[in-house]
Design a protein around this ligand. Structure first.
Ligand SMILES: Cc1ncc(COP(=O)(O)O)c(C=O)c1O
Length: 365
């Protein structure tokens, strides 16, 4: 009898940093710098450096990071933001929460990243920003939007450590938002997120917006939010950031092994990496026929496979008011019925991966 294999195993990472986190938390309890104190600043400086930009503002979660990035740019009511239909719902929620209208586009059939030609075609008078998503751990080819003269906001929630043409995730747009939800490549022990940018003014605006719209205590020139990165989470994130490259390397090795083990399974389409991309394999997503049944069989076999995401944004009740119908984004809809995320995390063993692939072989038989 083999043991179950989870989709993500966070315990392995914790084992490596447990002592450091405990020491950091003890020091924090001693100092009582619970809100925007030295641990938050230290993490912000380290993550800005890691992202190849000059500023980082830690915020409460990735959805807020996106919303505050858009608001800092002045995006709001009457504006349109172009984003992929194939993403987690938070990308679109952030646009709506900023008061703008999400304009959805289909995805590339090979990578499931936003179709950049379609994005360019949807640009119009009201387009205030492009919001490409670096889905599953590889960066979208955003350089193709550079000519348009419209700000690019990166959704970098799934791409910490990824690079495109040697530029780090978070450094190719005007501003970028990321999530440190626990299962992310750089995950906190609760909700957390950040905005990174090279632009001094945008960084200052995000820092004010996250702090009740205030740069100086009790002075509020505009309305803001309470959305600050928690200091306890900053301690965890600093400890994990030091190990992120090594953990991403382990993900890359695991992805290479999956592709090798799956090579003779003709029914399985393995993921495609775009030229110029250094992938960080937040998720290893294959495509299979009869996905729902395959998923059920795998789960019953103790393999924690999952689906990211089973229902595209334009078919969600939350966005029914956009007036889309089934058939509007055929590549996204096809992907939603075929994609299957296999267990992927630093420390997954070759034996476990063989067990996953054997399970998949049985499920497809
Ligand atoms: C692509 C994408 N965008 C945005 C978010 C939102 O981040 P959060 O859950 O931290 O609000 C997530 C993750 O949850 C995500 O995967």
């Amino acid at each position: 009898m083999t043991s179950p294999i989870p989709l993500v195993d966070l315990g392995l990472q914790h084992g490596e940093i447990a002592d450091e986190v405990r020491e950091g938390w003890d020091a924090l309890l001693e100092s009582k710098a619970f809100v925007l104190g030295p641990p938050v600043t230290a993490f912000e400086e380290a993550f800005a450096r890691y992202s190849g930009v000059s500023h980082c503002a830690g915020v409460a979660n990735g959805t807020d990071a996106l919303e505050l990035s858009l608001r800092a740019l002045g995006v709001g009511s009457g504006d349109e933001v172009v984003l992929p239909a194939n993403t987690f719902i938070a990308t679109a929620l952030a646009v709506a929460r900023a008061g703008a209208t999400p304009v959805l586009v289909d995805c590339d059939p090979d990578t499931q990243l936003m179709d950049m030609d379609a994005a360019g075609e949807r640009m119009g008078r009201k387009t205030a920003a492009f919001l490409p998503v670096h889905l599953f751990g590889q960066m979208a080819p955003v350089e193709r939007l550079a000519e348009a003269g419209v700000p690019v906001v990166e959704d970098a929630a799934q791409s910490q450590g990824a690079r495109r043409n040697d530029r780090p995730s978070g450094s190719v747009g005007l501003i970028a938002a990321t999530s440190f939800y626990p299962g992310k490549n750089l995950g906190a022990y609760g909700d957390a997120g950040a905005v990174v940018t090279d632009d001094d003014e945008l960084a200052a605006r995000v820092k004010a917006l996250r702090n009740y719209g205030s740069e100086r205590k009790y002075d509020h020139p505009e309305m803001g939010f309470n959305s600050r990165l928690d200091a306890l989470q900053a301690v965890v994130l600093s400890a994990k950031l030091r190990r992120l490259d090594a953990w991403n390397e382990q993900r890359r090795a695991a992805a290479a092994l999956y592709s090798e083990l799956l090579a003779d399974l003709d029914q399985v389409r393995t993921p495609v990496t775009l030229d110029g991309n250094q992938h960080v394999w937040h998720l290893y997503v294959v495509r299979v026929p009869g996905r729902d049944e395959v998923l059920e069989r795998l789960n019953a076999d103790g393999v924690g496979a999952g689906v990211h995401y089973p229902r595209p944004i334009h078919l969600q009740g939350a966005f029914a008011h956009l007036g889309h119908r089934e058939g509007d984004f055929p590549e996204t809809e096809r992907a939603a019925t075929e994609i299957l995320s296999l267990p992927m995390y630093p420390g997954i063993s070759p034996d476990q991966q063989e067990q996953v692939v054997e399970g998949l072989r049985r499920a497809l038989a």
